[in-house]
Design a binder for this molecule. Structure first.
Ligand code: ADP
Length: 612
């Protein structure tokens, strides 16, 4: 963009050069005609003048020679005549008699060596008239040779001799070439001046163009701050004005685009779904915050990466397959098998098509469906659990009834036992269905808590008293130890439900404890909670199951729990009840040593005189 235009390639140079070229060609043509005309004129003038002078001289020579024919005085007169007629432009002048003997010359210095001798010039030999320009061998100058026969002025026109004149025509040529030199010097000066003028004119044209070019470069770099200066009202200034308007328009369009992009960016940033856009080769060009956090990658790592690699799909899919399928995919992005690391993403794919139908990229929308998937899976699990749990007691009821039907009813020993078992199983099923109904009510939020202020110490005492009473009825022996805070703890609870929770935990403690085990019940308060924990000396719960005992139908040892008449729903219900009270429930256990189930409830200590 910034590359400089070389001077010889510039418009500046081209305009100036053409200007000068035209000028030089014109000067050359004019000069050639002028010089040629001048030369013709000058040389013609010179030769005409010379011819005339020579002809006049030869006439007077003819007269003199015919009057004083053959006498020495006549030759002297003739010599005198030549000397008189000699001029600066005449180099040599001879008069030859009819025998070819030189009789007179204008060159006084060489007179003696020439006069009386045979002439040296063959031009004179035939006494005819000759007029021509020749190059003089001695002086190496151009000379005009003029040979004129000298005739007697009388009627017979007899040839008396010849006049030979060699004149210096070279000076005329020198004059012409001097004029030519002046002419060319003048045209050279004119050339230089016009070159400067041309450069100035060209600059005045190219300067605004160069300014516009610079401005265009700036615009290309996104700088709209400058404007091209507008001088005058010519086409270039109109172009500059249009250019400035164009620059404004581009700036406006750029601003609108920028605003649009910002809006899109902020929409993308604040979207709760992850959005990824790729180019047509599937390389990521845009990715929003949500997508980055869902995929656990950094922006700089994601940009330019293939979408297939980013989503771990390169083994199953090619880009073409993905484009053709255009389906939604479930991506398992779980970091480990742990529940908290689980992550399921739903990816919806859409192609970006131009109006021409050309596919220019791909948009992927990522949605975190971990919870949905978990719920769906739980629901499936729950239905399968319920069916399974109900089928087992039903199967056993059915087999007992079959046995009875087949005649066992008549057997007085087994019949009552069989009937007892079927009744027990039916009771368990009823219990289970009641539990399920309870849970379902709590799930749907239909269960209202019947809150009242209760002295919690008394409530726990009351429940434990009942268990103490039951010891005598049961075949399993146990001891309940109470370790309560001395302070009366008043809490706002749904008494029946909380009693159900304590019952549950106590029942489990007894159920899973060995005969004669100790059950310790602690009641204490913290700053804003009360905590009830029930510790048994039972078989305990393996570490891996600790979290799961609060799940529906979860039992550590299924067969054994069932034998104990458990439904696997007790702790699940307890958890829901405590949750509804905004408390929490947890378990600590050492396998083989025993377990501690605890729950806490919110509690506000009140001043003693609050009631008064
Ligand atoms: P269940 O009706 O089977 O007792 P719960 O929901 O009350 O159902 O308990 C779930 C499971 O937790 C039980 O099956 C048992 O395996 C385990 N569990 C509960 N309490 C104790 C305990 N005190 N000691 C040992 N395991 C227990």
């Amino acid at each position: 963009m910034k590359n400089k235009v070389r001077f010889f390639q510039s418009v500046n140079f081209k305009i100036a050069f053409s200007f000068i070229l035209i000028l030089l060609i014109s000067i050359e043509i004019i000069g050639a005609y002028f010089i040629r005309g001048l030369e013709k004129e000058t040389i013609n003038n010179f030769t005409n003048d010379m011819n005339q002078r020579v002809s006049i001289l030869s006439n007077s020579l003819g007269t003199t020679m015919s009057q004083k024919q053959g006498t020495d005085t006549s030759w002297e007169d003739i010599q005198q005549l030549l000397e008189n007629n000699s001029a600066s432009d005449i180099e040599e002048m001879w008069v030859v008699d009819d025998k070819g003997i030189v009789r007179a010359t204008n060159d006084v210095g060489r007179k003696d060596s020439i006069v009386g001798k045979k002439n040296e010039y063959s031009d004179i030999d035939d006494f005819s008239m000759k007029q021509y320009v020749a190059l003089d061998d001695d002086s190496n100058k151009r000379v005009y040779i003029n040979v004129q026969p000298i005739q007697s002025p009388t009627g017979d026109s007899a040839v008396l001799g010849a006049l030979y004149v060699k004149s210096d025509i070279e000076q005329k040529y020198t004059e012409i070439s001097d004029t030519a030199i002046i002419f060319f010097t003048a045209s050279l000066i004119a050339g230089v001046i016009s070159m400067i003028v041309a450069l100035l004119v060209a600059r005045s044209i190219t300067k605004p163009i160069e300014e516009m070019r610079q401005q265009a470069i700036k615009i290309a770099q996104g700088d709209y701050s400058d404007k091209v200066e507008v001088h005058g009202h010519d086409e270039l200034s109109q172009l500059a004005e249009t250019f400035n308007k164009l620059s404004d328009r581009i700036e406006d369009a750029q601003d609108t685009m920028e605003a649009e992009r910002n809006r899109l960016d902020s929409v993308l940033t604040h979207m709760t779904d992850g959005v990824i856009a790729t180019d047509r080769r599937g390389k990521v060009i845009t990715i929003n915050e949500m997508a980055l956090s869902l995929l656990g990658v950094k922006n700089e790592d994601a940009i330019g990466e293939s979408i297939l690699t980013l989503l771990d799909l390169e083994e199953e899919y090619t880009l073409r397959k993905l484009l053709e399928a255009q389906e939604e995919l479930l991506l398992d992005r779980s970091k480990s098998d742990l529940e908290e690391d689980r992550m399921i993403l739903r990816a919806d794919f859409a192609m970006i098509r131009r109006e021409s139908g050309f596919i220019s990229g791909l948009v992927v929308v990522l949605h975190d469906v971990t919870e949905q998937e978990k719920t769906a899976e739980e629901r499936r699990q729950f239905v399968s659990n319920v069916s399974h749990e109900l089928r087992t007691p039903l199967t056993s009821v059915r087999s007992y009834l079959e046995a009875l039907d087949e005649g066992a009813w008549q057997d007085e020993e087994v019949a009552p036992e069989f009937i007892q078992v079927t009744l027990g199983e039916t009771d368990r099923m009823i219990r289970m269905i009641n539990d399920l109904l309870n849970l379902s009510r709590m799930d749907s939020g239909n269960q209202q808590l019947d809150l009242e202020f209760v002295n919690f110490n008394e409530l726990v005492d009351y429940v434990l008293d009942r268990f103490d009473m039951m010891i005598t009825n049961q075949n399993k022996k146990y001891t309940i130890i109470r370790d309560f805070t001395e302070r009366d703890l008043w809490v706002e609870i749904d008494t029946d439900k909380i009693m159900q929770v304590i019952d549950n935990i106590m029942n489990n403690a007894i159920k899973y404890s060995p005969d004669g085990g100790k059950i310790t019940v602690h009641l204490l308060e913290t700053h804003n909670n009360i905590v009830l924990s029930i510790t048994d000396e039972g078989l305990g719960i393996p570490k891996k199951d600790l979290e799961k005992v609060f799940e529906r139908f979860y039992r550590v040892d299924k067969a054994r729990a069932r034998k104990q008449g458990g439904t696997g729903l007790g702790l699940a219900i307890s958890k829901e009840v405590i949750k509804a009270h905004k408390g929490s429930i947890w378990v600590e256990s050492v396998e083989g040593k025993g377990s501690t189930f605890s729950f806490s409830l919110p509690y506000e200590p009140y001043e003693e005189d609050w009631w008064e």
